[in-house]
Each structure stands twice: as structure tokens, then as C-alpha cells.
Ligand binder design. Structure first.
Ligand SMILES: [Zn+2]
Length: 163
């Protein structure tokens, strides 16, 4: 079994499977909640509480997962993610040190489940409906995997790997 270092482009991606989520948190739309959904809206969840460790990530896994040069992600506690609608199975794909959850129907990224820190979920910020309560990214990470064709034009601190 080859080793699977974090954020290597040669990670073990052989454990693709699907997971049906039970709809929970119905009617829990709180004032502080932030709604997020996949592209067609069949999977919708609410984030209760604050998002932290917000950054632009340039790692190969997130580039592939998002289809873009880099993507904006943050962390929440797992208990702060409440599934409100689940008309479609959530698919989980193992890559790197965790599972990437995406809509089994439209393919939108939904969240990241780090195997070593199951108390946290990584959240792709672009699927959150409103900007309210979403902090601005504080840094760039994994710039050693960055594409050459898009320069970093802001003044946020770049980190070659995970700081
Ligand atoms: Zn979807």
C-alpha cells in the first residue's frame, strides 16, 4: 500500500462511496445561521456558529475538487453543520487525509471531513448563500501547488504549505 501524504497529487483515491444523510435540523433556521446549498438546491444545510481558519487554498486536491485555480475555505465544528434538505445522496470521495462530500446529483462541493479531526468540517465558502457572517480569507495556503498562470494580487500572507 503506497503512502498517501497530505496534499500530494498522488493520493489514495480508491475509496469512493456514497452516503445517504438523514434530514435533520428541520426548522432550525436560527438568526445566526448561514445557509448553504449545492447548485440545484437539493442538498441544503445551515451553519450555526462562526467560521474560522478562513483561507484561500491552492492545494492540488482543492483545485481538482473546485475546478478552479484556488478556492476559499473555512472551518466549522461538525456539530454546527445542520442538514436541512437532502433530496439527493451525498457522495463522499476519499482524497488526502479526508473525505470530500459533494452532491451526487449536481456535483457541487459540500464540505470536507478531515479523518484525523472529525470534530471539524471544512466548508467551501462559495456555496454559502449570503456574505453575512462569512469572514474574509486571512491567508493563502499551499502556494507551492499554485498554478503559474494566476498571480496572487492581494497582500494576504502566502504559505508554501499548511501554516
Ligand atoms: Zn446538488
Amino acid at each position: 500500500m503506497p503512502s498517501s501524504p497530505a496534499h500530494s497529487p498522488f493520493v489514495d483515491v480508491s475509496h469512493c462511496h456514497s452516503l445517504n444523510l438523514i434530514v435533520e435540523g428541520e426548522g432550525l433556521m436560527g438568526e445566526a445561521g448561514k445557509a448553504a446549498s449545492c447548485l440545484y438546491g437539493g442538498i441544503r444545510y445551515e451553519i450555526i456558529g462562526s467560521i474560522h481558519h478562513v483561507r484561500f487554498c491552492h492545494c492540488t486536491n482543492r483545485r481538482k475538487f473546485s475546478g478552479t485555480s484556488h478556492s476559499a475555505w473555512g472551518l466549522i465544528e461538525t456539530t454546527q453543520l445542520l442538514i436541512e434538505r437532502s433530496e439527493t445522496a451525498v457522495s463522499l470521495y476519499k482524497a488526502g487525509n479526508g473525505f470530500r462530500a459533494f452532491c451526487g446529483n449536481c456535483g457541487s462541493p459540500l464540505w470536507y471531513e478531515p479523518t484525523m479531526s472529525p470534530q471539524y468540517r471544512g466548508i467551501p465558502l462559495g456555496i454559502i448563500h449570503s456574505d453575512a457572517g462569512v469572514p474574509a480569507p486571512e491567508m493563502h495556503v499551499w502556494t507551492r501547488s499554485k498554478v503559474a498562470w494566476e498571480p496572487i494580487l492581494d497582500n494576504l500572507p502566502p504559505h508554501e504549505a499548511h501554516p
